[in-house]
Design a protein around this ligand. Sequence first.
Ligand code: GLN
Length: 536
Amino acid sequence: MSKFIFITGGVVSSLGKGIAAASIGKLLEARGLKTTIIKCDPYLNVDPGTMNPYQHGEVYVTDDGAETDLDLGHYERFTSAQITKDCNITTGKVYHTVITKERRGDYLGKTVQIIPHITDEIKRCIRKVSKEKDVDITIVEIGGTVGDIESLPFLEAIRQMRWELGESYALNIHVTLLPYIKSAGEQKTKPTQHSVGRLREIGIAPDILLCRTEKHISKEERDKIALFCNVDREAVIEAADVKHIYEVPLSFRKEGLDNLILKKLHLKSEDRDLKDWETLVVNRLRNPQHEVHICVVGKYMALQDAYKSIYEALAHGGIANNARVHIVKIDSEDVKNNTVDRLLAAAQGILIPGGFGDRGIEGKIRAVQYAREKNIPFLGICLGMQVACIEFARNICGLKDANSTEFNKETANPVISLLEEQKQVKNLGASMRLGAYPCKLLKDSKSFQAYKKESISERHRHRYEFNNEYKKAFEKNGVVFSGINVGQELVEIIELTGHPWFVACQFHPEFKSRPDRAHPLFREFVKASLDVKRIS
Ligand code: GLN
């Protein structure tokens, strides 16, 4: 039977609970234990699929087609666990199930309440994942900050689970903040004391505190935190800021976190190490030999989390090529005929990510034209492929009004359009083409050179498709359709002949990139970009 680690967060949001959870998973995996993660999100949306990236950050897509929280992306990047739709439990999902049961009459006349019906459903969802995945340890991260009204049912559910399972089967880890007050020159423990106090009011006593801090924690401070928060001294773990997120598992290990977890959960395990992670990932990130500037031209540039997996995949491409990737973020609305040369002057590679809606589209099209004409390596992803097709149709095939029907329903040349099945869709939630689909690669292509195999599987999240009626015109003018979904005859990848590296795909390769196994397209894109000399 699986043991459980429940992770809560206190004091403020954005403490990196997701990265902490993923790092714990990594450490336990390095000790030979099989783990999985569940992210509980206390919002009423059933999933984040319909939320604006500024509200939520990136929507992470799993192989089985779930639109999930980006923390699950960290988990897949740090560990070998495969995340599925059940790994993201939202308040919306839980209520939806309970209310559906109530309407069916399943509760046999009872009053349906938060306790026990909602909390029971949360526990059922958590147990289902750990059972189906047959793991040694299930890590459950509770979103939000202790003290929020929204997360109370989740906290009550994990309180009950710990009571039911006993302390050798369930562990509470609280991620907290020790703010440093510069003018006083002091690290403050009070917010942590209050946060732990809040947790204890609802019956949860943390076993381990992960203390986020800019400064090292002195022995005196550790003693104080341990005494006032009622935890063992060794259970006050310093989680100091690190330069790269991939260093976090190493820093936790230095603090003895893995040994402590094993001891508290009465687990014996092999003493494996993290040498590969250290040499292949962290050392390369710290001391790369080369540098490269990649411009990402998108719509949500102000928020670091909006293109999380893309930025990570670029870093992985850098690791694979022993290079530091400098990401230059460009708002596509700023890209105009009279600004494009200046904005993209440093670009050794240009990437256009996925997106929705017509804001900034013309700027993206202009950036594609720049990459094509100036022979700058180009990677287009999802909407990035669609704008590459619009650009090619307009500027090379002479179809001046070419467009996607997403942006102009009346266009005479819909090079990107909806499939019949998508035209019937009424509800926006979970109704896109989602998850993993197979794709066949053309042998003589850049894509095949990257993947080194003919059959691949990649994750999707879109409604619109390349319109096959334009295939001939494109081919005649130098486009190679190098990736095709054979059963459905859908275009998955396009490339340009006569260009050093111009590849655009309808799927999202970024979701399958790993720090120690860069995605082939990102690896080759960064490699091609390294060959380009620009001003910087
Ligand atoms: N808006 C486009 C579509 O729905 C692209 C989606 C995306 O880039 N993820 O097809």
